[in-house]
Design a binder for this molecule. Structure first.
Ligand code: HSE
Length: 339
């Protein structure tokens, strides 16, 4: 399978590392031997129909800040959509940073891929949060697969679990911690008594936060995940405008301490019921949603099965890359392992 990656940051690099480290096992277990035929970053691209040398990609990105300087393969200042359409890839991985201020580049990448007949794996939430119905329609029209499990829960199979549960049962409501950065901040404010700014700086240093961390702390990242979840799992044609959003930027430390004294914890919670809501809420300490550090937790309330909770790492480069790999294998198997 030939893969093009647009956006060669933390997740893109973690993905190629994962593909290299697991190449033997992926081939043995799945017959999967992917080739990266294009890697595009903000300064250009590296292209090779035979497949790029992953070590050279990582080395050059680290030394030069771009892959465009790789001898023989590198090209400066490319037209991303043209590269996507003409590089001969079967699948596009969209891993550019999520920016609600400028959703267009990512949307254009996805549309270029769909129109050129490429399947798509997106880890970028923004195009889905602002244009989900249209993108899904375009993918269907062009008969290509569109996967995005890494957008919610990073490597955790949040969407897949919920979709499976919704088959035999009925999801009545969902409560979830969907943002690793804010969970980390609130956890550090509680555990270590840090103030908001110090805890945020740690989360940024650890690579959990978005390029612009205000999307995390103001609840917008959680709201985007809520929109994706609602569309995919609950069949709601929701957009960001349908989510009532509050963040944690102005949360006083005293509120965390007061909650702790009453055996409760403050979390940035997504609630998907009749309404879609994101905001700081108190939950029971040590209950299913009380996860530490940058973990995520998703509790599904099922009509027959009661409460089902999935907890685990929901942010981070390699964690998200495992979600991309899962989507790639899903596409590979759905194609009958053909290309
Ligand atoms: N910034 C996001 C988070 C990354 O902290 O959860 C994963 O979507």
């Amino acid at each position: 399978m030939k893969i093009a990656i647009v956006g060669f940051g933390v997740v893109g690099q973690a993905l190629v590392r994962l593909l290299r480290e697991r190449s033997g096992e992926l081939y043995r277990r799945h017959g999967f031997a992917p080739r990266i035929v294009a890697a595009i970053d903000t300064r250009g691209a590296a292209l090779s129909a035979q497949g790029l040398d992953i070590a050279a990609l990582l080395r050059t990105k680290a030394s030069d800040g771009t892959v465009a300087t790789i001898p023989d393969c590198g090209v400066s200042r490319v037209d991303n959509e043209q590269v996507i359409a003409e590089c001969g890839a079967h699948v596009l991985v969209e891993a550019t940073p999520s920016s609600l201020r400028d959703p267009q580049p990512a949307i254009r990448h996805l549309k270029a891929a769909f129109r050129a007949g490429l399947h798509v794996v997106s880890v970028n939430k923004v195009p889905l949060a602002v244009a989900f119905p249209g993108l899904r329609e375009l993918a269907d029209y062009n008969r290509v697969m569109f996967r995005f499990s890494g957008t919610v829960g990073a490597g955790l199979p949040v969407l897949a679990l919920a979709q499976q549960c919704a088959l035999g049962d009925e999801i009545l409501s969902v409560r979830a911690v969907l943002n690793g950065t804010t969970n980390y901040i609130l956890w550090r404010m509680h555990e270590a008594g840090l103030d908001f700014a110090a805890a945020l700086a740690e989360a940024v240093r650890l690579g959990y936060a978005e390029t612009d961390p205000s999307a995390d702390v103001d609840g917008v990242d959680t709201a985007m995940k809520t929109v994706i979840f609602a569309n995919v799992v609950l069949d709601r044609a929701a957009t960001l405008a349908d989510v009532q959003v509050a963040g944690i930027r102005d949360l006083p430390r005293e509120r965390i301490a007061t909650a702790a004294a009453a055996g409760r914890r403050v979390k940035l919670l997504a609630e998907l019921g009749e309404k879609l809501r994101v905001g700081p809420q108190e939950i029971e300490a040590h209950g299913p949603l009380d996860v530490p550090a940058n973990l995520n937790a998703v509790s599904l309330s099922l009509r027959h099965g009661g409460e089902v909770t999935l907890r685990g790492p929901g942010a981070g480069g390699v964690e998200t890359a495992t979600g991309v790999l899962r989507d790639l294998l899903d596409i590979w198997h759905a194609l009958g392992s053909a290309p």
